[in-house]
Design a protein around this ligand. Structure first.
Ligand code: B12
Ligand code: SF4
Ligand code: SF4
Length: 270
């Protein structure tokens, strides 16, 4: 079932971008699975937020949580590197991907229900407490538990395809084999204290090595809402995600591979 669901998600995204009205293009999504009763879900209440839900709060018969990361293409993320305000493509990418995640979740819901399972879908964003700017369901934590990656200094979940993309998750009563959490660090700063490029890219004084001010960040997102009116409601920024080592790859995995590769000829002679 795992392979089939992964393929269905990938095929959906491939077909979706062929629609005439869609301008954003995505790379193949990566998909991970978590047991709904994984003790890490209840741990989230103590680690992340006391109001964080567990899968059974939304679906009492929950057995599995499916998480997917939908990577943006480099050609799109590049448009958001220059200037203080976000590019139109980044704004449009946000709006179109949120809608795609909604339609993909509806599709998965129909699929599971047609096979006799229960299903529960969650929106990609705006499911937050307006005053605290915190949600009761963190897609990036779910994706972490489902083995899709690890956290960066820029707060993003960094996957094997980087952090430039959007995350969705979905709950079902179908039992699907879970994936293991990734023990591979993904942020260079967390790995060896280097990089910090994301903090230097922040355009509104919200992201530092030792702190993040979500309200300052949201202030910038709202400025972009005004700037990008022509594409719709785009509360975006994302300057701390683009043009950095972890935008499209896991730079720690790359660094380790390069070191091993360099070490190879020497070890071969020992
Ligand atoms: C509220 C929210 C915001 C707020 C607050 C952001 C924040 N950093 O807290 C505002 C409006 C400011 C915002 C801004 C942005 N957001 Co936002 N946002 C959300 C939302 C709706 C909820 C996040 C939340 O409150 N979760 C609950 C809290 C408790 O957990 P958390 O913040 O996710 O987790 C933190 C800690 O627990 C911690 N942590 C650190 N180390 C470790 C280690 C372990 C082991 C664990 C368990 C946890 C942990 O990690 C997390 C990151 O700080 C999610 C969608 C969703 N429902 O998940 C999108 C989401 C997080 N945003 C996203 C994005 C892309 C952005 C922006 C780039 C805007 C844009 N699209 O252009 C900026 C980036 C700002 C930044 N650098 O952090 C993406 C992230 C994608 C990714 N690769 O991770 C999400 C997942 C939306 C999506 N569906 O893809 N966002
Ligand atoms: S830019 Fe560097 S420090 Fe920032 S999250 Fe990416 S790898 Fe980590
Ligand atoms: S999204 Fe923009 S304002 Fe928010 S932390 Fe990143 S660069 Fe700074």
């Amino acid at each position: 079932m795992k392979k089939r669901v992964t393929r269905k998600i990938q095929d959906f995204v491939k077909a979706y971008q062929l629609r005439k009205e869609i301008t954003t293009q995505w790379n193949d999504p990566i998909v991970g699975f978590a047991l709904a009763n994984d003790p890490l879900f209840s741990k989230l209440r103590s680690v992340a937020s006391p109001t964080h839900a567990v899968p059974k709060d939304f679906l009492p018969g929950a057995k599995t949580v499916i998480a997917f990361f939908i990577p943006f293409k480099k050609s799109m993320t590049r448009t958001n590197i220059k200037e203080k305000y976000s590019s139109k493509d980044w704004g449009k990418g946000y709006i179109e991907t949120n809608e795609m995640i909604r339609q993909l979740s509806l599709y998965l819901q129909e699929l599971f229900v047609s096979e006799g399972y229960e299903a529960f879908m969650i929106p990609a964003t705006h499911n937050w407490d307006e005053k605290k700017l915190i949600s009761d369901w963190s897609h990036r934590h779910i994706a972490y538990i489902a083995g899709l990656g690890n956290f960066g200094l820029n707060n993003m979940l960094i996957t094997e395809q980087g952090c430039c993309g959007r995350i969705g998750s979905f709950i079902t009563s179908a039992q699907i084999e879970p994936d293991a959490i990734s023990d591979q660090e993904a942020c260079l700063y967390k790995y060896d204290g280097t990089c910090k490029k994301c903090t230097k890219r922040c355009v509104n004084g919200a992201l530092y090595e030792d702190s993040f001010d979500r309200f300052k960040c949201y202030e910038m997102l709202l400025k972009n809402v005004e700037e990008l009116r022509s594409v719709g409601y785009a509360d975006v920024c994302g300057k701390c995600l683009v043009g950095i080592p972890c935008s499209h790859i896991n730079p720690v995995a790359r660094k380790i591979q390069t070191k091993e590769h360099r070490a190879e000829p020497l070890s071969a002679h020992l």
